[in-house]
Design a protein around this ligand. Structure first.
Ligand code: NAD
Ligand code: MG
Length: 351
């Protein structure tokens, strides 16, 4: 087993191990109150694959296990499902001595995490990520949120999990394009913080070393989150490629998934960075080759001008300045403030 310890407002461990789903109950028993309720929150797809194993493991470890299952998909990260979950927790008499278990991808983690942050003014929770993206990104760092019609993740809270158990065997059942979403975030970690990780991603065959790759990613995220838990500065570099990635997700009505949007977003920023003289064309080419080798998109087919419009409304923009994350050398990210108008103008010239 690999263990990464996070010292944020809560100190917690991330356990990465093949087959750990069946051990999730005993691992939880080392952290949570014995005999308490472990309310599992999951979606229908994950439930059909992994719920029984996890439920059995928690019951054998002495927990009472109410289960809340909702339909899979981003649409469920909503006010409606959130309030159904609150009602369920009340009905099941879940108290502050109990905890939630988010079993699934980022949608489950964000929804269950936000419910845990707000129900009874906050109860503990645990993450069991089952997508590559959730394992390397959303299950760690304490950002939780739901979507509202005005936009994604607009209602949220910082609430750290008390434990993360990652069973990388679960990635085997992921549709290839969902696995690729996690690949995009992993390439991002390499680009912003680790040349050797990027090189490993270039070499391919990552399934064989997936535990090590997840460990590297969460260690990078841990190092950043420990310095800037509340996203006031440095943590922004984790958003490399995300401003445009989010814009692509938004204008395509989320038919483009997060990782695919991030892949295109990173390449658009690299082309823009190249044009502005921040780095050599070789860097862009290397990124393009690596991203393409995993079947991820390298070009955005729609209107880049429309993306610019969307960025204007981005919640992360402060005044007339956009803080662009730029990679000048592989493994090193910088925050470059840029006038929004200049950004839009430069962007319209890249594709
Ligand atoms: P997801 O949770 O919707 O999972 C994708 C699909 O895969 C779903 O249909 C799900 O049912 C299915 N699935 C999950 N595990 C499976 C498995 N092992 N085998 C087969 N199918 C499986 O999406 P995601 O890509 O995991 O996460 C995206 C969400 O995460 C977005 O809402 C995004 O905003 C959020 N996110 C949050 C953070 C954060 O820091 N909180 C970071 C990144 C992304
Ligand atoms: Mg992301």
């Amino acid at each position: 087993m690999r263990t990464v310890c996070v010292h944020a407002s809560v100190t917690y461990h991330i356990l990465i191990e093949k087959g750990s789903l069946s051990q999730s109950g005993p691992y939880a028993a080392q952290v949570f109150r014995p005999g308490s309720k472990a309310a599992i929150v999951t979606d229908d797809t994950v439930a059909s694959l992994y719920l029984e194993t996890v439920k059995r493991s928690f019951e054998a470890a002495g927990f009472t296990v109410p289960v809340f299952i909702f339909p899979h998909g981003e649409d469920s990260k909503s006010r409606e499902v959130l309030f159904q979950l609150y009602d369920f927790l009340i009905e099941q008499e879940v108290t502050r001595s109990d905890f939630l278990v988010a079993l699934g991808g980022g949608v489950v983690g964000d929804l269950a995490g936000f419910a845990a942050a707000t129900y009874l003014r906050g109860i503990p929770f645990m993450q069991i990520p089952t997508t590559f993206l959730a394992a390397v990104d959303s299950s760690v760092g304490g950002k939780t949120a739901i979507n509202i019609p005005a936009g994604k993740n607009l209602i949220g809270a910082f609430h750290q999990p008390s434990l993360v158990v990652c069973d990388t065997e679960t990635f085997r059942t992921l549709p290839p394009e969902t696995f690729a979403d996690g690949v995009a975030e992993t390439i991002k970690y390499g680009l912003i913080a680790s040349k050797s990780l990027f090189e490993e991603m270039e070499q391919g065959h990552i399934e064989e070393k997936i535990d090590d790759i997840v460990t590297q990613c969460v260690s990078i995220k841990r190092d950043i989150v420990e310095q800037d838990e509340q996203d006031k500065g440095l943590r922004m570099i984790l958003n490399y490629g995300h401003t445009l990635g989010h814009a692509i997700e938004k204008v395509t009505n989320h038919s483009v998934t997060h990782g695919h949007g991030v892949a295109m977003g990173m390449l658009l920023i690299a082309r823009l960075g190249e044009k502005m003289g921040f780095h050599s064309p070789e860097l862009t080419q290397r990124m393009e080759r690596c991203i393409a080798s995993y079947g991820l998109p390298t070009h955005y087919d729609g209107s880049v001008a429309e993306l610019g419009e969307s960025v204007l409304h981005d919640k992360k923009r402060s005044g007339s300045i956009i803080r662009l994350i730029v990679v000048k050398n592989i493994g090193e990210a910088e925050i470059c403030p840029l006038d929004v108008d200049k950004f839009i103008e430069q962007l319209s010239e890249v594709q």
